[in-house]
Design a protein around this ligand. Structure first.
Ligand SMILES: *Cc1c(COP(=O)(O)O)cnc(C)c1O
Length: 220
């Protein structure tokens, strides 16, 4: 199985306005280099130590995305290399990022759309309450660029369709209501190996794909 061939196949499925994020967590630097040589520049990691180790040796024009659950005590380290933080799931974390940053950092707010309790994120109501309260407007060093979500892990495509549809509607509503004059609010991060085609039908602008590019992950 070849990484560059996998990428070529996925690229055919993705319209040009959709960003492909290659989720490289738990994969080797050699694997990342192969994707880099195939032209990819966006890579996603979920652990700060692993991210820092890889960022040190790999090409400097890579845009690193943090897609895991960021702990407030690791914010500063992550900020030294990361371009976009996907999983902001509380106002407390948003504040911690702003406090740890020395210039505005791009972030996405994570919304819980799946049925599984285990997944992270704001509920739609919590998100609207947080935005309505308005305190986020006074945080100097975060720039909210959009939303991120993960659908349920299920074979039931109608269920996935509903979940992504709900996130798309929420995204459009929030964009119109709070970010109408903010052109940088333009990212809807949804879709993984198993469901990215459905996500794109619902307006995803960024798909996060690991397994279909790099194969199964080895958690060691
Ligand atoms: C691991 C991960 C992915 C990639 O999942 P695949 O099914 O391997 O494509 C996408 N998004 C998030 C948030 C992840 O943690």
């Amino acid at each position: 199985m070849s990484i560059s061939r996998n990428i070529a196949r996925i690229r055919q499925d993705i319209p040009p306005h959709v960003t492909l994020l290659c989720v490289s967590k738990f994969h080797t630097e050699e694997a990342i280099r192969e994707a880099y040589q195939a032209g990819e520049r966006n890579f996603g990691e979920s652990r700060v130590q692993e991210l820092l180790r890889k960022a040190e040796t790999l090409p400097k024009d890579i845009r690193w995305h943090f897609i895991g659950h960021l702990q407030t005590n690791k914010v500063k380290q992550a900020l030294s290399v990361v371009s976009l933080i996907h999983g902001i799931d509380s106002f407390r974390l948003l504040e911690a990022v702003s406090r740890g940053a020395i210039r505005p950092v791009d972030v996405l707010l994570e919304v819980h759309i799946a049925q599984e309790e285990s997944k992270q994120g704001f509920s739609a109501q919590e998100l609207e309450d947080m935005l309505e309260a308005g305190l986020w407007k006074r945080l100097p060093n975060v720039r909210i660029c959009g939303l991120m979500g993960m659908a349920s892990l299920t074979e039931d495509t109608a269920q996935i369709d509903r979940e992504f549809g709900a996130l798309q509607a929420l995204y459009e509503r929030i964009k119109a209501h709070y970010f109408a004059d903010a052109p940088y609010f333009n990212t809807l991060s949804m879709g993984m190996s198993g469901d990215y085609r459905i996500a794109i039908r619902h307006g995803s602008t960024l798909v996060r794909i690991g397994t279909s590019i790099f194969g199964e992950r080895n958690y060691e």
